[in-house]
Design a protein. Sequence first.
Length: 628
Amino acid sequence: MTRARRWLLGAALLLGAWVSSPTVSAGPAIDPRAMSGIPRADPQLAAGSITVRVLDGGFDAPAVDVEVTLALTGADGSTASRTAKTDAQGRASFEGLSGFIGGSAIAKATRGGVELTSQPMELYAEAGTRVMLVAAGSGAAAAPRHGEPGGPEVPMPGNAFPLEGTPAGELVVGTFDLDARKPLPGVEVTLELTLPDGTTQTRKATSDERGKSAFPGLLPPALAEGTKLAVSATLVPGAAAQRSAPFQMDPKIGMAVVLAKGEFKPQASAPAQQQGPAPLPGPRFVPGLPQGTVRVRIVDGADQPVAGQRVVVVKKDQTGNDVRYTGDTGPKGTVDVEVDVQSDAFYLVEARYDGGPYQSDFFQVDRKGGVAVDLRVWDTTSDVSQVRSVVQFDVDGLENDLARVVQLQDVMVMGNEAFWPEGGMRIVPAAGAKQLTVLPVSRDLLSHDEKAPFAQLAGPIPPGQLARLAVAYIVDHDGVADIEFSTPLDSLETSVLVGSAQTLTAAGAQRSEHASPIPDKTVWTMGPRKPGATLSFSVGGLPVRNPIYRRIGLWGGVALALAGVVAMLGRRRIDTAARLRSRRQELMQLLEQLPPGETERRQRLIASLDRVWRQLEALSRTQGGDGR
């Protein structure tokens, strides 16, 4: 896929964001078949629990009384199997799995003689996990969208296409500059209507700052059946107007057209390619390299070697005394860095390019050879006008007049540079939030000290990809949770998931036709927000305690506070860093005791150590200490 085609796909996805809300899938549409087997962490589920939903093709066809098998593997390599039957909604629930936290699970079910299998699911200490297994049934599952696997090709400029989430009879027109990789605001768009009797009508609209203009009411009875449409706009002053191919409106769904200036070279008859540069392999053992050699290769966003780049190989061991080995890449973007070989130590590669920090995964160095590590770096931009986002909230009541808020922000960086503001960027929850947690899906993107009231970008956000910044936190409520939130990014849409027993109070809120990713909830949209603009809304209908228990709790709280003071005098306080160091030591001891040949178990333990090391690194950066 060319860069221009990849960017146009991003423009099409953003058109979807204008008229619908974000979902748990990577793109704007919910297709249960495309989501089959892909797990997602859910902080609304207790840690050590997994819910598997089995569907016969679509959300409206749950598979009832189906046996689901869960194959479990613990962090220590132990295995077990659990089974459960699906209920009336097609869900099979597995609880009491806390002994396998840090390990993984695979869900299986059989429908129509076909075995459905999930991807391996990590069991988290902070949240439970949900996964769907979807058979190829006759349910009303939506077809893959433009540019999605199995879906139509990315729409060419000037060709109309159905746009999921758009009301039937509405046409959305996007005007874009492909060379500058940005929308074209202030463009007058003309819609020409050719009626069945041959007469013509015209309508006009001006594109907003996001390059969007819309024409509603294009179906009978407002407009005669069989009417042909075409749109045009002058994108370059003094040049001829760009004009779309004629088309007719789809009677069941809204449509969209992209008008663009700049270079766009389609690849005729080319096999499907993935968006963006190919993913790089992870750190790997290379027998042909001298022992103690780490061969680092640095490439840019165009897969070109980066010469003259300083790289640092960091060795970490149980003593907490990091050792750093440096080198500079040559003309081919590679450098061999000699390190001391230590069997119980872990290593990673660091590089800082155009102001942005980059890190590899952790690896070990073998005495029988060397290790090859590839790292991709990007030119960076701090220009927030190059970043678009959509934000979604989900609020649920807990005990003791508390509410859990899940805050998702999907981000796309336009152009060819990664987004990295000088000094980084904080992901701030709603006012009054406490117990902030970064959700597992965002751990590679965000760092967080559990005491800090915010998370931070761990590194630059690459261009042309959807990045999810997901956090969860707790707020107090009195039956109504008041949420006040702002982001430094441009929000194309903000939305809230509202349960059947809940109420929403928000200026300009509208119920969306888009399906909710959570059953028994509906999506309400509240429109776009400029960078720094405040979003305020309230979710009511949350459970509250009886007032008498509050009074009892007040006096009980005083007694508990006094007892706590006495207890604290005789108990040593264990802080966050100490707990992480203890976990690090435990995992390293398990690695030392691991018999040779158990590759999978070793990889799982290294992955767990990787997370602990990163948490210690984030703690060190936030507190200004050494994190040891």
